[in-house]
Design a protein around this ligand. Structure first.
Ligand SMILES: NC(=O)c1ccc[n+]([C@@H]2O[C@H](COP(=O)([O-])OP(=O)(O)OC[C@H]3O[C@@H](n4cnc5c(N)ncnc54)[C@H](OP(=O)(O)O)[C@@H]3O)[C@@H](O)[C@H]2O)c1
Length: 312
């Protein structure tokens, strides 16, 4: 009964908006794509496919020098083969703390700061998995390691003083309050990838608010792409994809707001999530607000998890 109510609330409210139909209607009113990105360095995670790869193409077309980060060298080579000119690529498993620290070492050694960081990587794993630090892999990829990469890139001077940081969440967070205990699961028995995904995406929104307050001078945005036909959706939500495939967005449409934010740099709005080039409310239903834990509690939890993954 609760599941049915959730489906009605979610699809009834967002069904049309998140599809390509919502995109086509809204784009009729868009007047400018923003400034070009010539001379800017953009680093995009989860860049070998889907929305990440489309973001690479969009930022390159706008003149940026792009670093594409993903775990599979062959897929990164495939990405480069599909572009008008190759971009720099970094093979990094974003589930693994040591891989991220090694990336930061390389970026720091290069000395060429990053102007735009896109925390795009995101997974929904139906099987429970752990990274080498023993942490829930989905939690590590979707949240903790984005915290690690962003915080440490700032601390190590890898992100420019006036950098833009864009984090890719999901409209699924409209159905989830921020419950710290639901961010990571201990074992297969308690793991529910889809529920954890929504809570992790809610947590990205809260984290973005924290970052805006904690790091003035830089611009932090959290966005969601709508419903996009990608390999990730095909694998994680096959029924959803089968039913909605005629109206899903393509990857370029999913990446549109990311590239636009990088180009336009609109005024920060801490209580917003960006979607189709507009700042939107972060809560659609009272229950997600009422049951949410405070952002400070989230940040403390992430700091603890970071320390414990460093210690292993
Ligand atoms: N598609 C949608 O409808 C939708 C809706 C809402 C939000 N989003 C969000 O949008 C973002 C992109 O989604 P997508 O649909 O484009 O995903 P996708 O098709 O699954 O692509 C994800 C990319 O991340 C890479 N990746 C996955 N795990 C990694 C790891 N541990 N280390 C390094 N790279 C890794 C993948 O490489 P491999 O191919 O090697 O795995 C791939 O390049 C995610 O944050 C997702 O949650 C998507």
């Amino acid at each position: 009964m609760r599941l049915l109510l959730g489906i009605i609330l979610f699809y009834g409210r967002f069904g049309l908006s998140f599809t390509a139909i919502g995109y086509f209607v809204r784009r009729l009113f868009w007047r400018t794509d923003g400034d070009r990105l010539d001379g800017k360095r953009v680093l995009i995670t989860g860049a070998s496919g889907g929305i990440g790869a489309a973001t690479v193409a969009g930022c390159q077309a706008a003149g940026a020098s792009v670093t594409a980060v993903a775990r599979d060298a062959e897929k990164l080579a495939g990405l480069n083969a599909s572009l008008p000119a190759p971009v720099e690529s970094e093979v990094v498993d974003l589930a693994e703390p040591a891989d991220i620290d090694a990336l930061l070492d390389r970026l720091e050694a290069e000395g060429d700061t990053i102007d735009v960081l896109v925390n795009n990587v995101g997974v929904m794993l139906h099987e429970h998995a752990r990274n080498s630090a023993g942490l829930d892999t989905q939690f590590a990829v979707n949240l903790l390691n984005q915290f690690r990469l962003t915080e440490r890139a700032i601390a190590r001077g890898v992100l420019a003083e006036d950098a833009i940081i864009i984090t890719v969440a999901s409209g699924g967070m409209y159905m989830a309050p921020l419950i710290i205990a639901a961010l990571a699961t201990e074992d297969a028995g308690t793991h529910d990838g889809q529920t954890a995904y929504a809570v992790q995406k809610r947590a990205q929104v809260a984290l973005n608010e924290h970052w805006q307050a904690a790091h003035p001078g830089r611009s932090f945005y959290v966005m969601h792409p709508g419903w996009v036909d990608t390999a990730g959706v095909k694998q994680s939500l096959p029924t959803f994809r089968r039913l909605l495939s005629p109206v899903l967005r393509n990857a370029e449409q999913g990446a549109d707001t990311i590239v636009w934010l990088a180009r336009q740099r609109p005024e920060d709005d801490s209580a917003s999530i960006w979607f189709d080039r507009k700042a939107r409310k972060t809560h659609a239903y009272g229950f997600t607000r009422d049951r949410s834990q405070p952002t400070d509690t989230l940040v403390e939890f992430l700091e603890q998890q970071l320390a414990s993954s460093d210690a292993t």
